[in-house]
Design a protein around this ligand. Structure first.
Ligand SMILES: [Ca+2]
Length: 273
């Protein structure tokens, strides 16, 4: 990729590299996860759907966060990327901000009265006023931007690899990096993130699995197998994969969705067999 005046241009070579990486990921991940599951060293939770809410079917979900009774969502694709605040119950949009056409929006997270939004390959991080979405700040992110969450002191960022970066919200400098492992093997393609009760939960891109990560060691404490959930919503695009975890702390509601899905599901975990 070449950046000219902040614009993102993907060269043919970069595009081929991405396609190759996608192909390898598609081939290896189910095998990796399957092999790991067979070893049974890590508990695998199932799920039960206990609620369903509307999701804008054109929303290419890259960041999902529930805060103070409202849902916040960041979406991707150049020319369509948005930051939105809406009612969970009926999907009614309270506030929406469109990113410049050059940017591919990614993960979002709230720190105090500010909301952060990553871009995929532009190395830009936008910081807005949480109430008005007025842009307050920008930061440089040296990696790709995928998922973003917050542990109460540091932002935690994924970049599509097996790494998580612990970042100072004040200057976006990385303090610490960990590699996420499942039974000793790196787990690539970490995507949307959510910090829940001392663990980092992460979607694994192009799979139906969420991993629950110990943020100190990077070790995967448990898996959540959401196989079958995508079949319960309307999807019309091959890129409409599971992505988006939001935890409503006050209501103790676990909410998940996917890119271009027409539903947000409230789920309850089912204990490992
Ligand atoms: Ca999230």
């Amino acid at each position: 990729m070449t950046i000219v005046d902040g614009y993102e241009f993907e060269s043919k070579r970069t595009h081929m590299t991405r396609l190759l990486r996608l192909f390898v990921t598609l081939l290896s991940l189910p095998i990796l996860v399957g092999t790991q599951l067979a070893s049974a060293q890590t508990p695998v939770y199932g799920y039960e759907v206990i609620g369903r809410f509307p999701h804008e079917p054109t929303a290419y979900t890259q960041g999902l966060r529930f805060h103070d009774g409202m849902m916040y969502e960041g979406t991707g694709r150049r020319g369509q990327s948005l930051l939105k605040r809406y009612q969970l119950e009926d999907g009614q949009v309270a506030l929406s901000k469109r990113l410049g056409n050059r940017y591919f929006g990614e993960g979002i997270e709230i720190v105090g009265d500010r909301i952060y939004q990553l871009t995929w390959q532009a190395h830009m991080v936008f910081v807005y006023d949480l109430e008005t979405f007025e842009q307050l700040d920008t930061f440089f992110n040296p990696t790709e931007g995928w998922g973003l969450t917050y542990d109460g002191s540091q932002l935690i960022l994924s970049d599509g690899s097996a790494n998580l970066y612990f970042v100072d919200p004040g200057n976006f400098v990385t303090d610490r990096k960990i590699q996420v492992t499942l039974d000793g093997n790196p787990v690539p393609s970490l995507n949307e993130l959510e910090y829940i009760d001392g663990e980092v939960w992460a979607n694994i891109w192009q799979t139906d699995f969420i991993v629950r990560i110990d943020p100190a060691s990077g070790k995967v404490n448990a898996l959540v197998n959401l196989t079958g959930l995508s079949a319960q919503t309307v999807r019309t695009d091959p890129e409409a994969v599971l992505n988006g975890i939001a935890y409503d702390v006050e209501g103790d509601r676990l909410l998940v969705t996917g890119k271009l899905w027409s539903d947000i599901f409230q789920i309850r975990l089912v204990d490992p067999q």
